[in-house]
Ligand binder design. Structure first.
Ligand SMILES: [Zn+2]
Length: 349
């Protein structure tokens, strides 16, 4: 199926990053042509900002958008409608959607929405991530446990080969314009019928400590700008929201415990960014997850052996040598945690 409209624009933004292309054609035939034409410059600026702020590309993007119904195609340009998407054929009948990766943030987001009597349609996107298999396993466990309604998209990048110095290897951890692409794909399920009352929302889990200016597609500006863009595109107010934006990672873990699902989450939800079956215990997300579990007061809940593995890992040495770079509470907690790891390793012989 050919993706058109804003979903196509989302995929286009991702492809533009991989292909190091400024020149993007979006198929807008029969879909909201007026929106695209009247917002052309704004969308160009926004997507350029997304790609430039990612901090991977070695050159500055200045995206030029053109639309298939207005511009003849040339071979030098990248035509986004050639990207294959396996898309679920569901109607626009939801008021709320949530991006679900099977990680702690997205599971917490689902539960937070349920607390507000909202059952979102959850969307999983396969964009060729290196951890795909493990994310799928996490997702399947979450689906079974909580009976989560889920749809999946696959973006088959086909023969798009990244230009050598774009900094975004396909399957790598950093994905160009990822969150915008996911939002754009989820948007197809939002009910835009003005006669249906109630707010609409597109959700993805970003916890309090992550919302900052340097993370372009988790920043306040990103949420605000996307709310504006999607609301105008849909013709009804569509809020881009993180249900866990008010929680730190530590508060999120306590929230999961309060809902009696912390043990499940720690056993099943993936945080590690390495393409290994078991958590590598040697990446910053692994370390920070364990640190948060410890800070939240659940040190005894981690699977036996994980602390030991962490205590032996290179990442611990890295934190030991850089702990003075931190200040205040964070530094104190890291020092306590490192001492705790040494103790637990010692105790286990
Ligand atoms: Zn890891």
């Amino acid at each position: 199926m050919m993706e058109t409209g804003i979903g196509n624009l989302g995929v286009a933004a991702m492809i533009a990053g991989y292909a190091a292309s400024d020149d993007v054609i979006v198929d807008v035939s029969n879909v909201k042509v007026d929106f695209f034409k009247s917002n052309k410059e704004r969308l160009e600026n926004f997507i350029s900002w997304l790609l430039n702020e990612k901090g991977c590309a070695e050159r500055t993007f200045s995206v030029h958008l053109s639309f298939k119904d207005t511009s003849p195609l040339t071979q030098q340009r990248f035509e986004c409608s050639t990207i294959e998407l396996s898309t679920p054929a569901l109607a626009r009948e939801r008021l709320h959607c949530l991006a679900l990766s099977g990680g702690l943030d997205s599971l917490s987001s689902f539960i937070a929405l349920k607390d507000h009597k909202i059952t979102p349609l959850c969307c999983f996107v396969d964009y060729g991530q290196a951890q795909l298999e493990y994310e799928r396993t996490s997702l399947a466990a979450c689906k079974r446990k909580l009976k989560i309604p889920t749809v999946g998209f696959t973006i088959d990048l086909g023969d798009v080969s990244p230009k050598t110095n774009t900094g975004w290897p396909i399957g790598g951890f950093k994905i160009p314009a990822r969150n915008f692409t996911i939002l754009a794909l989820m948007d197809r399920f939002i009910d835009v019928d003005r006669s249906v009352e109630g707010p609409r929302s597109l959700n993805f889990g970003v916890y309090a400590g992550e919302i900052m200016d340097k993370n372009h597609d988790k920043s306040r500006r990103f949420f605000d700008e996307c709310t504006s863009i999607f609301s105008e595109y849909n013709g009804v107010k569509t809020v881009i929201h993180s249900p866990v934006a008010h929680m730190s990672k530590v508060e999120q873990l306590r929230f999961l415990e309060k809902h009696h699902i912390l043990d499940f989450a720690l056993a099943n939800c993936r945080t590690c960014t390495s393409a290994t079956k078991e958590p590598c215990l040697d990446c910053k997300p692994c370390f920070n997850r364990m640190l948060s579990v410890y800070r939240a007061g659940f040190g005894d809940r981690v699977r036996p052996g994980q602390w030991n593995g962490l205590a032996r890992s290179n990442i611990v040495k890295e934190y030991e040598s850089h702990v003075d770079d931190y200040t205040g509470e964070r530094k104190d907690d890291i020092q306590k945690f490192l001492a705790f790891l040494v103790d637990s390793l010692y105790e286990s012989g």
